[in-house]
Write a protein that binds this ligand. Structure first.
Ligand SMILES: O=C(O)CCC(=O)C(=O)O
Ligand SMILES: [Fe+2]
Length: 264
């Protein structure tokens, strides 16, 4: 399977194996936010019901349909201008929506299939503060790959939607400042990201925490994972990361540079 051709380079992003389709899997919607200084333990975790559920399912179907189109290598090139920025520890990342410059986003319109998805997330969640998202990061992880603890930072509006496809994973959150001053090595809270789940994290979870994914080939499900029950899992289980995981991180870069001439 191949991802969209990258701008200019002619390099194709080749993915080993095939993108699994999950036509019948449930779609989970997890919201993590902790306004008013509430501890992370008070995060809101809910199953996706009613219209939200259908929105997520729709998004996944759309996305999977898009990936299928991309697989045959024909539909993508004209529509999608993507930029491969890094191949860190094997994880591959692809940016859509433009390059982030110190003066703001040098905006390139999102490809249509991503724009529909991003607008749907905008309409159905409160993640982007009333203004549509303009940037999507696609990350592809093989088993054993992850992402170091980091914060997404002030360049984005403090709200993120992450749609997960392929293998499951666990995303950890650490408070930047644990009580007593130093940062604990143990996550304060973790979320199991099942395929076709949509994670929305906002506010304090964005601003006061680091997040990251361990570089392991299987996840040990421990009690710090806040949504085990809704995933039908139990503490103590081990969940192998079977195959590749592809995530779409949808965000809004706060500042958009409209006058490109000024940059010269
Ligand atoms: O792949 C994920 O779920 C997390 C990605 C992430 O945190 C990022 O790209 O900033
Ligand atoms: Fe991140």
């Amino acid at each position: 399977m191949r991802f969209p051709n990258t701008a200019g380079t002619g390099t194709l992003w080749t993915v080993r194996g095939t993108m699994p389709l999950y036509p019948t899997m449930f779609c989970q919607f997890v919201v993590i936010c902790c306004d008013n200084g509430d501890p992370l333990a008070n995060e809101l975790v809910c199953n996706c019901l009613g219209s939200l559920r259908s929105a997520c399912t729709y998004a996944c179907q759309l996305l999977e349909a898009s990936f299928c189109l991309l697989c045959d290598g024909t539909a993508c090139a004209a529509e999608s201008v993507a930029l491969v920025l890094c191949q860190l520890n094997g994880r591959r990342s692809q940016y859509h929506g433009g390059v982030i410059h110190r003066n703001g986003l040098l905006q390139v319109p999102l490809p249509n299939w991503l724009s529909v998805l991003a607008m749907r997330m905008h309409r159905e969640t409160s993640a982007f503060g009333g203004t549509p998202p303009n940037h999507v990061l696609v990350n592809a992880y093989m088993p054993g790959q992850g992402i170091l603890a980091h914060e997404d930072g002030p360049v984005y509006h403090p709200g993120v939607c992450i749609l997960s496809l392929g293998a499951s994973t666990v995303l950890n959150f650490w408070r930047k400042e644990a009580p007593g001053g130093s940062r604990s090595l143990d996550p304060e809270m973790s979320v199991l990201l099942m395929p076709r789940s949509l994670l929305v994290f906002l506010d304090d979870a964005y601003a006061d925490c680091l997040h990251g994914i361990d570089e392991v080939v299987e996840d040990r499900l421990d009690p710090s994972i806040c949504n085990l029950a809704v995933c039908g899992m139990e503490t103590g289980m081990r969940l192998p990361r079977v195959g590749e995981r592809v995530s779409l991180t949808v965000r809004r870069v706060k500042r958009v540079q409209r006058n490109l001439i000024k940059l010269a």
